[in-house]
Design a protein around this ligand. Structure first.
Ligand code: IMP
Ligand code: MG
Length: 177
């Protein structure tokens, strides 16, 4: 089976404009506060690196990362989330923002939110660049959402298929031939 890029979904300009808006909103919401930004590896790294530079210095940002795997390179998660790398630091009493590339069924994020809340942070919010709302199986409150997208498999700007295409600067649709 062969997979091909079959269409541009979000251009570099569309992404950077939206990222600037979200960064400004986070700046307003957390002005004068400390915020632990948690990037979910690997998909969120490109979005996260642009997003944090769009947050004004009125927010005192620190970074941490968590790597999760949903087993295999499938285009569909099965809801089994394995922590491949845990946070380096404690989030107890901290304001936390989880940054994820995409919410699909919602299983990954709902698991991560539950896990974070067990560590007694002061607050937990979620920022996801992309949201495939029609695929949702469990409810997830996305506080900062970049774009709602149709039920297509997408790559680029950090998102991959089988480890490929993360480095593309825009977001493209992948189709099986
Ligand atoms: P969920 O647990 O079903 O919400 O899946 C979330 C995870 O599935 C994301 O973090 C991605 O790693 C992956 N995923 C879902 N849809 C896509 C897509 O269209 N492109 C790339 N990865 C995706
Ligand atoms: Mg991911």
């Amino acid at each position: 089976m062969d997979y091909k890029l079959t269409g541009l979904l979000l251009s570099e300009d569309a992404l950077s404009e939206r990222v600037r808006e979200i960064g400004a909103r986070i700046g307003r919401d957390y002005a004068g506060k400390e915020l632990v930004v948690i990037g979910i590896l690997k998909g969120a790294v490109v979005f996260l690196s642009d997003l944090i530079r769009a947050i004004p210095d009125t927010v005192d940002i620190s970074l941490d990362f968590m790597a999760v795997s949903s087993y295999g390179d499938s285009t569909r998660t099965r809801g089994i989330v394995k922590i491949v790398k845990d946070l380096d630091g404690s989030i107890e009493d901290k304001d936390v923002l989880i940054v994820e590339d995409i919410v699909d069924t919602g299983l990954t994020l709902s698991y991560l939110i539950k896990l974070m809340k067990e560590r007694r942070p002061r607050s937990v919010r979620v920022c996801a660049l992309l949201d495939k709302e029609e695929r949702r199986e469990v409810r997830v409150d996305v506080d900062y959402r970049g774009f709602s997208i149709p039920d297509e498999f997408v790559v680029g700007y950090g998102l991959d298929y089988g480890g490929k295409w993360r480095h593309l600067p825009a977001i493209h649709i992948v189709t099986r031939e």
